[in-house]
Design a protein around this ligand. Sequence first.
Ligand SMILES: C[S@@+](CC[C@H](N)C(=O)[O-])C[C@H]1O[C@@H](n2cnc3c(N)ncnc32)[C@H](O)[C@@H]1O
Length: 383
Amino acid sequence: MQSTSSVVAESVTRNGFDWFRARCNALLASERFRRWAAAFPLTRPIAQRRARQLFDLCAGFVYSQILYACVRLNLFETLAEGPLSAVALSQRLDLPMDASLRLFNAAVSLRLLALTRDGRFCLGALGAPMVGNDAIKVMIEHHAMLYADLRDPVALLREGPRDSALGAYWAYARSSGDADLQAAQVADYSVLMSASQPLVAEEILAAYPLRQHRCLLDVGGGEAKFLSAVAVRAPHLRLMLFDLPAVAERARHRLAALGLSARSEVHGGSFHVDALPAGADIISLVRVIHDHDDAAALALLRSVKRALPRNGVVLIAEPMSATRGAEPIGDAYFGFYLWAMGSGQPRTPAQLRTLLEAAGFEQTRLIATRMPLQTRVMIATTK
Ligand SMILES: C[S@@+](CC[C@H](N)C(=O)[O-])C[C@H]1O[C@@H](n2cnc3c(N)ncnc32)[C@H](O)[C@@H]1O
C-alpha cells in the first residue's frame, strides 16, 4: 500500500504537472505568443517542428493516398529493376506525363522515391522496403475500405459502424452465427492475414521460442500460417488449430500441402459457443483478442483456461495500446480501425492483464519483442 506522504507527493506532482500543462496550453493558444516563438531564435526550431507535426496531421490522408497510388501502379516493383527517367517511368506506368511528374515528385518528398545524380527516379528509403513485400502491399490495398468508412468520422462515431465496408469484410465481427460463415465470406480476410503473418510469427518466435512445450493450440489460427512457421522453428511440437469451420478448411489444405497433416489437428467451430479442444500445454491467440469486446474476450480467455492443463500457458500476441514510441498505432490506428470494423478495441498491457486475471490466469508477463509496434507478447499461466 502507498504511504500517505507518497500519495500527497504524487498528487502535488500531478497537480503541478497539470498546472504547468494548462499554462503551456494557454500560451500556445495565444497568437501573439506563437508569433513570438516563431521569431525568437531559441524557440523557432520547436515552433517549426510543431507546425510541421500539425500539418502532417492535417495532410496525412493525402500522403496515404499517394502511397496507395504507388502500390496500385506497381511503382516500387518497376523501379526495383533500376532507376528510370521520368519519361520511361511514365510510359511503364501508362500515365500521362504531367500526372506522372506530380506523383513522382510527391513520392520523392515522402522518401518513397529518390533522384539519382543524373535526374532519374529510383527507390527511396521508404519505398525500397516495399519491394516484394506482399504483407505491406495487401494491407495498403485493403485500406481503401477503411478510407471509405472514415469519410465522415463524426457520423461513424455517433451512429456506429452499421454498414461499414470493414464490418462486411471481417464477416465474423458483425455475425452472431459466425460458425455458419461461408467460404467466400472468410476468403479475403484469411488471405490478408496470411500475407502479414510471417512478420508477426518471426517476432513471436524470437521472443518466445516454445522450446519447453509439447503441443500448441493456435486459436483463431487462420490458414495455419503461424503454425507452419512454428513447425519449422520447433520441430518437436505437436500442432493444433481452432478457427471457424470455413477457415479451418483452408488451414487443413495448407497443412496438407506442407506435409504437416500427420503432425497436426484442425478443429472447426466458434469459440463463442464451442468448447476448445483439450490436449495442448500452450494456447496462442495471435491478433485475436483485440477483435473482441471485453465480455467476449473474457469468455474466450475463460474457455482457453478450461482447455489447458495445470501450469498451462496462454500466449497473447497483438499490437497494444500505450506502446512507447508507437502510441498512435494502438489508440489512433487500431482504435478507429476496430471501431469501423464494429468489434473489439486495442488494449494496454494493464487492461489485458486485468482480463487474464479475471479469467483465472496467474504470473502474467509481458515479453519483449524486437518490433513492439508490430506485435507485443504477453503470457500467463494456469494454476
Ligand atoms: C484477425 S484474424 C487473425 C488470424 C491469425 N491468428 C493471424 O494472426 O494471422 C482473427 C481470426 O479469428 C478467427 N475467428 C473470429 N471469430 C471466431 C470465432 N467465433 N471462433 C473461431 N475463430 C474465430 C477468424 O476467422 C480469424 O481467422
